[in-house]
Design a protein around this ligand. Structure first.
Ligand SMILES: NC(=O)c1ccc[n+]([C@@H]2O[C@H](COP(=O)([O-])OP(=O)(O)OC[C@H]3O[C@@H](n4cnc5c(N)ncnc54)[C@H](OP(=O)(O)O)[C@@H]3O)[C@@H](O)[C@H]2O)c1
Length: 215
């Protein structure tokens, strides 16, 4: 299947968490990492997150530099839960919301498109359909920014080329705190996704590791 070159990027604590136990946004990235992610967004054609991230963090998903090329923003939202006033639909650039075919919700905004999709067996927007639709729209490079449920599904379905994890030197703890990859997890050895370390470097006070999937 043809799909965009896909980079998953995530900032995690030393214990693999990506937010507070309450799911509230946690600032993990250093200034250096923040700048790296901004550059990455600028280089990618589209940036994708799940509705969980929209509801907890309300991100803009834009590049802050005034004259920057803005990526297309993509939200996976099977049940059409994106609030009318979500920052991800601000007028800075275009936004596509992938929703289930039964969702009737539409937005009266010129820069927002709602694209109905089939759902997979878990009731989530079908990622293969999303990838095919993005290719059709000219997206060659896709940046997946989370959260844990979305990242798990991209990894599990092997729909990625690179996994970039910035580890901030901090521990947040908590049994139910969101992690890099949530979802249902692997059932046995066969379902574990094996990775290869391609690059390791210190960045600010943290560590950046680039992994690639082992075919
Ligand atoms: N540190 C970081 O780098 C970082 C980055 C982003 C987010 N976060 C944190 O991550 C947490 C949110 O993560 P989350 O797991 O709750 O939400 P999420 O991964 O952002 O979104 C998951 C939701 O997206 C929808 N979805 C639709 N199609 C999907 C598909 N094919 N695969 C997966 N999800 C699909 C589902 O809801 P429906 O069934 O309703 O569609 C699903 O529950 C927050 O605490 C946030 O602060 C951290």
């Amino acid at each position: 299947m043809e799909r965009p070159y896909t980079i998953i990027n995530c900032a995690a604590t030393v214990d693999g968490k990506i937010a507070f136990p309450s799911r509230k946004q946690l600032r993990i990235s250093s200034e250096e990492d923040f700048r790296r992610v901004q550059l990455l967004r600028e280089r990618c054609d589209a940036v994708l997150v799940g509705i969980g991230t929209i509801l907890t963090d309300d991100p803009k998903l834009t590049v802050k530099k005034p004259d920057a090329k803005q990526p297309l923003r993509v939200v996976l939202d099977s049940n059409g839960r994106t609030p009318e006033d979500a920052e991800v639909m601000n007028e800075k650039t275009y936004t596509i919301l992938f929703v289930g075919k039964n969702v009737k919700k539409r937005f009266n905004k010129k820069n927002v498109e709602v694209v109905p999709c089939n759902l997979d067996e878990k009731g989530f927007v079908d990622l293969n359909e999303v990838m095919a639709e993005l290719v059709k729209r000219g997206v060659k490079n896709l940046l997946v920014e989370g959260g844990g449920t979305v990242i798990w599904n991209f990894i599990k379905q092997r729909l990625f080329d690179e996994l970039l994890i910035y580890t901030g030197p901090m521990v947040v703890g908590g049994k139910n705190t969101p992690t890099i990859a949530d979802g249902e997890g692997a059932e046995d050895e066969k379902e574990i996704i094996k990775l290869k370390v391609e690059e390791v470097k210190t960045l600010g006070e943290g560590l950046l590791v680039r992994y690639v999937p082992i075919p």
